[in-house]
Write a protein that binds this ligand. Structure first.
Ligand code: COS
Length: 380
């Protein structure tokens, strides 16, 4: 097995790291404090292909695989996990249109999604359908050449700001997951409205709101795939999304490890650098070891999703579980090494601690990841 990245993959990672150093890292603290949505930075990211990572080249995308996506998202998260995750969600929703949508839908939506002139949201979760996603209640009832949407989606990244909403809605009551279909809804569609912006512990650089449908009429051709395909399309989107959320945690944890190493070499206590205490070295050693183990698992899982391996969903779940929980632990350890200063906003580590916490919840909680991994183990 070859564990080396190709020259092209290394060049992609270098490009993403440079973009992060130039455009994200210098601004991320301000975005966090001011709750600034960095629209111009996203447009610049799209110029490098980061808005269309796995859209085919024939549709204007850069046609990369899940492995390169993980490298890009990890590199961006080194500066700002919140912005990186937002870019990942846009890529997930855009991929669903490219992979499962009709030629008409691709032609209509992809050109502006690729440039991020339009940004896409992924709308699955509802106030009463979180982990049990297939119990969703938002309806799409056919009326002639249109579907009429009614219901509410919750915790939607980009809600109220994004131009495009990829929405899972029920078209058939006789089947739970098999009664769900997937649609593209434009922001300016009459009957579409948004709740107030949510106030959150972290992820301040991206807007989040509920999305409401009230007799919201869309053309039948805005269905992605066939009636009843929606749940499987949504889950396949999440296979890749979960890799990327794991990558956000790995990138954030790497940044905090690097910051902690720099800090302990400067901080003097008891007449010596705290780096020279064996306890400090042992803590750093554990952080580094766990980070590399989680990262290796993430890349293997990304490769499995890229190759559509039969066990890709289980591996994506293992990678997300390991990367997000390990990432949070590493950031917490980095904060501890910073002592009281780690608790201040003068250092980035507290922002990373807040941003990474939600990775253990969204796109499937750690408990759902264990459910997915465990049931596969005991299936006949
Ligand atoms: N890829 C393709 N198909 C998939 C799939 C995947 N990753 N996951 C499930 N499916 C298919 C199943 O094979 C099944 O197909 P059949 O009906 O043909 O057998 C169908 O979808 C239903 O799947 P399943 O039986 O697993 O549905 P459940 O309701 O039991 O539970 C879980 C599925 C709990 C795994 C799912 O609801 C889930 O992931 N929940 C978390 C939701 C989430 O991540 N929310 C975050 C939203 S984004 S912030």
């Amino acid at each position: 097995m070859n564990f080396d990245f190709t020259e092209e993959q290394q060049a992609i990672r270098d490009m993403a790291e440079k973009f992060t150093a130039d455009e994200i890292t210098p601004n991320a603290a301000e975005w966090d404090v001011e709750h600034t949505f960095p629209r111009q930075t996203l447009t610049k990211a799209a110029q490098l292909g980061f808005g269309s990572i796995y859209v085919g080249e024939d549709h204007g995308g850069v046609g990369l695989s899940r492995v390169e996506a993980a490298l890009i998202i990890e590199a961006l998260a080194y500066g700002c996990p919140s912005t990186s995750a937002f870019i990942s969600i846009h890529n997930m929703a855009t991929w669903m249109i490219d992979e499962f949508g009709s030629d008409t839908l691709r032609a209509k939506y992809l050109p502006k999604l690729v440039t991020m002139e339009n940004i896409a949201s992924y709308c699955l979760t509802e106030p009463n359908a979180g982990s049990d996603a297939a119990s969703l209640k938002t309806r799409a009832d056919r009326d002639g050449d249109e579907y009429v949407l009614n219901g509410t989606k919750a915790f939607i990244s980009g809600g109220g700001v994004n131009e495009i909403y990829v929405v899972m809605a029920r078209t058939d009551d006789s089947s739970k997951s098999g009664g769900i279909s997937c649609f593209v809804v434009d922001k300016d569609t009459p009957g579409l409205s948004f709740g107030a912006q949510e106030r959150k512990l972290g992820w301040h650089s991206q807007p989040t709101s509920s999305v409401m449908f009230n007799d919201c009429r869309i053309p039948v051709e805005n269905m992605i795939g066939k009636p009843g395909d929606g749940f499987k399309i949504a889950m396949q989107g999440l296979d890749g999304g979960r890799i990327n959320i794991g990558a956000c945690s790995i990138g954030g944890a790497q940044r905090c490890l690097d910051d902690a190493v720099a800090y302990v070499k400067e901080r003097i206590q008891f007449g010596q650098r705290i780096a020279d205490f064996q306890n400090t070295q042992f803590v750093l050693a554990e952080m580094k070891t766990k980070l590399e183990a989680a990262r290796a698992l993430l890349y293997v899982a990304a490769d499995k999703v890229a190759k559509a391996a039969v066990d890709k969903t289980q591996w994506a779940a293992m990678a997300k579980l390991m990367a997000t929980e390990t990432g949070s632990k590493i950031v917490n350890d980095a904060l501890q090494l910073h002592g009281g200063y780690g608790f201040l906003m003068d250092f980035p580590v507290e922002r990373f601690l807040r941003d990474l916490r939600v990775h253990e919840i969204l796109e499937g909680t750690s408990q759902i990841m264990k459910f997915v991994i465990g049931r596969e183990l005991i299936s006949d």
